[in-house]
Design a protein around this ligand. Structure first.
Ligand SMILES: [Zn+2]
Ligand SMILES: [Zn+2]
Ligand SMILES: [Zn+2]
Length: 463
């Protein structure tokens, strides 16, 4: 892997003794532990070793062992022996729980999607009068957790196989939302903010009718549910000559558009955005059309994280934002599990202060260390993938020009965590539809391109 042109002088690598020092403490731990001491994971709802029920608790940003509240409910249902730990068992959702070992602590219920195909292991904080924290209470659909409360439309479950697709979509979205919370980004749904609340529509194209376009408009993220089908997504990836196409990637990209509207537009950040990403007022539909007809500019790899980022400043932002979330989550996971890459022989050069947007920023050297730790880590991960004959774990070459953009995003995110500022409400934006216009789907807005919710489609948010 080669990052960029060689630079003069001694390798900078010697300055960074361990990956942990470079990457710093994780924002979010991905290494969760049961009360029995065994490791458990983001999707688990029961410990495989000791059978303790588990659930994701938003205030603790992690999967926690649970204990039933004795006076409030019968004992936990016994899980059938052949059910894997990450498949929710048929337990009553109205049972009340506390975090294991914190019997007097806040109380929770399981999300109503615990027993549906969504397989949700997130906990719903009870209201303070019921002994809970009431965290995010105004954002929740009754009975549902924060992650599920962002879903407005789910695939039509009367269609065979859609239950599996829906589950994959929700699993990816839960990973997204848990990271947004850990980063301190605002996560509010349509229930508390009817205009800009975070909303997901998972739609399926109906043969002979509209083709569902994955995209974002005014807080609503539309995902073509077909993308949850591995064979379909892989075919599109190959056709589009993309090195990387995943559900988590789609979510991170589209949520980038969402946060542009609420964090950048009309804010003091806009000036820096223009310096780094360019003028977003240039014709969006025209830029997208030109990209699909003519391809990216020949020198895109020197300026953008992906070829698609060269389409338009908004897409550059969303691609770079997604990249930042990839890096942050993967680095957090590596550190949570104590992975270190201190002994990695780098075959490429590291980034330097001159590559940053604001090299004099007080946190600049820390961020540079993070980036260089990332280069080191991905070198190892790619070698591991190659050892297994798999495609590269990290199939990107980060150009120096992207470093400043990543620092900008890092500062936007950090400021949110340290003290959210009120930003003026964003005016309506043109939709961003992230797909090639084709014969059935002329570059239409996500609004009219999306198939209407099919009859029989369940929605957790249905009144
Ligand atoms: Zn256990
Ligand atoms: Zn849920
Ligand atoms: Zn986009």
């Amino acid at each position: 892997m080669k990052i960029s042109e060689p630079s003069a002088g001694a390798p900078v690598a010697a300055a960074a003794p361990t990956l942990a020092e470079e990457l710093h403490a994780p924002t979010v731990s991905r290494a969760y532990v049961c009360q029995c001491g065994r490791p458990v994971y983001l999707g688990n709802s029961r410990c495989l070793a000791c059978g303790t029920p588990l659930g994701y608790v938003i205030e603790r940003l992690g999967v926690m062992p649970l204990a039933p509240v004795p006076e409030a409910a019968p004992a936990a249902a016994e899980a059938p022996a052949d059910v894997p730990a990450d498949v929710p068992v048929d337990a009553p959702v109205d049972e009340t729980w506390t975090v294991f070992g914190d019997a007097d602590g806040p109380r929770y219920r399981r999300c109503a999607n615990f027993t549906t195909a969504a397989g949700c292991n997130w906990m719903v904080p009870l209201l303070p009068e019921a002994g809970g924290t009431g965290d995010h209470a105004t954002d929740l659909a009754e009975g549902f957790c924060l992650a599920c409360s962002t879903t407005r439309t789910i695939p039509d479950l009367s269609v065979e196989g859609n239950d599996v697709l829906w589950r994959k979509l929700e699993v990816a979205k839960r990973r997204l939302v848990s990271q947004l919370l850990a980063l301190g980004l605002p996560v509010h749904t349509r229930f508390s903010d009817p205009v800009h609340g975070m909303t997901f529509d998972f739609l399926s194209s109906v043969p002979g009718q509209h083709h569902v376009m994955t995209g974002h408009q005014n807080g609503v993220v539309t995902l073509n549910a077909e993308e949850a089908e591995d064979a379909v997504r892989e075919r599109i990836r190959a056709e589009m000559r993309e090195p990387y196409r995943t559900l988590v990637g789609h979510f991170r990209h589209e949520i980038g558009h969402f946060y542009w509207d609420i964090l950048i537009q009309g804010s003091p950040w806009l000036e820096g955005f223009h310096q780094l990403f360019g003028d977003e007022t240039i014709d969006y539909a025209g830029a997208l059309k030109s990209h699909y007809e003519n391809g990216p500019p020949p020198d895109w790899a020197l300026r953008y994280v992906t070829s698609y980022a060269s389409t338009h400043p908004w897409e550059d932002w969303a691609e770079t934002w997604a990249h930042y979330l990839h890096m942050a989550d993967t680095a957090d996971t590596a550190l949570s599990f104590g992975i270190d890459a201190a002994n990695v022989e780098l075959t490429n050069d590291l980034f330097e202060p001159a590559d940053l947007w604001q090299p004099d920023h007080p946190e600049a050297s820390k961020f540079l260390d993070f980036l260089n730790g990332w280069v080191r880590l991905t070198n190892v991960l790619n070698e591991l993938s190659r050892s297994m004959g798999q495609p590269d774990f990290y199939p990107f070459v980060l150009p120096r020009a992207a470093v400043g953009k990543l620092q900008f995003i890092h500062q936007v995110v950090t400021q949110q965590r340290e003290g959210p500022q009120e930003t003026p409400p964003a005016p309506a934006e043109p939709p961003k539809a992230d797909e090639a216009p084709d014969a059935q789907a002329p570059a239409a807005s996500t609004d009219d391109a999306g198939a209407p919710p099919q009859e029989g489609a369940l929605s957790p948010l249905a009144a």
